[in-house]
Design a protein around this ligand. Structure first.
Ligand SMILES: Nc1nc2c(ncn2[C@@H]2O[C@H](COP(=O)(O)OP(=O)(O)OP(=O)(O)O)[C@@H](O)[C@H]2O)c(=O)[nH]1
Ligand SMILES: [Mg+2]
Length: 250
């Protein structure tokens, strides 16, 4: 299965080489696409200077900081154009263990979307302060209650999609600027009727670089989740009828 790992970066020069090396050594058919928003710390130059292992390391540089959502939309469009069979998303800060990638890809043998999950048996979070744990837990509870999904880790940024599944998820116009992009893709996958599964991962707090999480990002997520729910209550067939959904196959 030809796979590409899409990694958005903003000021991740310190850890990106370790991430590239850890991903590239996993399997010969796994490539990496770094989507950098012209990071002032020179992340793109560091990636450009890394051996590309015969085209396995690709770089998409965008004109300036536009947020996680636009970076992923550009990266996913590139990956689909390039014809990959599976597309993975992963943070650049090594919070997501690259070594769990084979488990995510194995899960795609019987699922359309595999989520690297902190909140299933065997998963967890290491080194996060109590406040950050509480925000993540509360955020997940909020999303589960408002959107009515059974997925445990709705905000995970470590996911693998089969090509057909990603094509369907990205066929609708996505508006998320920040981290709510993660929730949006999950919500769409759930509503389209795709088979979503969770694979346990241990998430480790970043040791290099700085967090880009902000109150604006959290605020956008809460507002958008409520708006999405409101919209689908007003228009229940927005994702097709139940019959349409049963016909889905990725
Ligand atoms: N291209 C791009 N990448 C971004 C942007 N904002 C964040 N990222 C990347 O998105 C990933 C997740 O960001 P983080 O700051 O690690 O977010 P987080 O994991 O929720 O926060 P921490 O746990 O505190 O690190 C990282 O790889 C960032 O470099 C952006 O505006 N553009
Ligand atoms: Mg992080």
């Amino acid at each position: 299965m030809r796979t590409v790992v899409v990694v958005p970066t903003y000021n991740e020069a310190d850890g990106i080489v370790a991430l590239l090396d850890r991903v590239l050594r996993l399997a010969a058919d796994v490539d990496v696409l770094v989507v950098d928003d012209s990071s002032p710390d020179g992340t793109a130059a560091v990636v450009g200077a890394h051996p590309d292992h015969g085209g396995r390391v690709q770089l998409l540089v965008r004109p300036g900081r536009q947020g996680l959502g636009p970076a992923y939309r550009a990266g996913f469009a590139w990956a689909l154009d390039a014809g990959y069979d599976a597309v993975v998303q992963m943070d650049a800060d090594l919070s997501h263990p690259p070594e769990r990638l084979p488990a995510l890809l194995a899960a795609l043998e019987h699922a359309d979307v595999a989520i690297g999950s902190r909140y299933v048996r065997g998963g967890g979070v290491r080194d996060w302060p109590l406040t950050r744990r509480a925000i993540s837990r509360a955020g997940n509870l909020f999303v589960r209650m408002v959107l009515g999904t059974t997925v445990n880790d709705t905000t995970s940024g470590f996911k693998a999609f089969r090509r057909g599944a990603l094509l369907r998820v990205m066929s609708a116009r996505s508006e998320s600027n920040g981290y709510c992009f993660q929730i949006e893709t999950l919500w769409r996958a759930d509503r389209i009727g795709l088979h979503v599964t969770e694979v346990p991962i241990t998430f480790t707090d970043r040791t290099l670089g700085e967090s880009k999480m902000s109150a604006t990002i959290v605020g956008e997520a809460m507002l958008r989740v409520l708006t999405w729910r409101w919209r689908e209550l007003l228009e229940p067939t927005v994702f097709g009828t139940p019959e349409d959904r049963h016909r889905v196959g990725a």
